[in-house]
Design a protein. Sequence first.
Length: 291
Amino acid sequence: MDGDWLAQRFETDRTRLQSVAYRLLGSASEADDAVQETWLRLSRSDTSGVENLSGWLTTVVSRISLDMLRSRRSRSEEPLEPDDEVLPDMADPEREAMLAESVGLAMMAVLQRLAPAERVAFVLHDVFGVSFEEIGAIVDRSPVAARQLASRGRRRVQGTSEDGHAADNARHRVIVEAFFRASRSGDFQALLAVLDPEVALRADETALQMGIRTGFLTSELHGAEDVAKQFSGSAQAAQLAMIDGKPGAVWATRGVPRVIFGFTIRDGRVVEIELAADPERLEMSEIEILG
């Protein structure tokens, strides 16, 4: 392949690769090293037969990050504090975007407690939606074993009690992110996976009046299948946000929130979604739109 084309193609994936590596390693400088090594391997490899180059790059940067995690553990090093060496002088917009998009310092602190393979399986599947077949190839396990690793990592994350509120918010944000990722991509099965079988979807009167824009035309729905059908392929313009200190989303125009998506999460699944557009409710809510 032409070297210039390959370099340009790599640059289109760089920010996403940095995000993957950062979430796995918890250090922006180590993430940069992993991404640079990924570029070196790409430049030395014959990828003419690769159909999905983005997937190939994700696999490579994940394997490199896994090796770095295992090397760190074998040297019995203390886990790095997330971004302890880079936060004060972040000047690169790409790196700032990477950190803003990350699951946050609270989740990073929890992830440090996972074994390397658990961490890779959990993050790649629950955050980036990578299949267990692909994860199994990365961690040298079967798809079934990769699923078990992710499940074990998820249980350990949910079982962490230190700073319970921050930990709850961190793992709830992962679930909200997974919900909108599945919604936007139209992945019906992935939506069902994050919804409680008895989930309820409710909207206030103002949200109903905006139904043409929100796509929601009834005041209440019940059941995972009906709610998943409502959201599958939609919510393209929703932005992740903290609503009164809890992970959720907003639909905004010119930066002004118009509709709140509130989530109630229990036992790792969404049990209620509330659409609120009443101006008084919006004015009283503390809303922080995330990256």
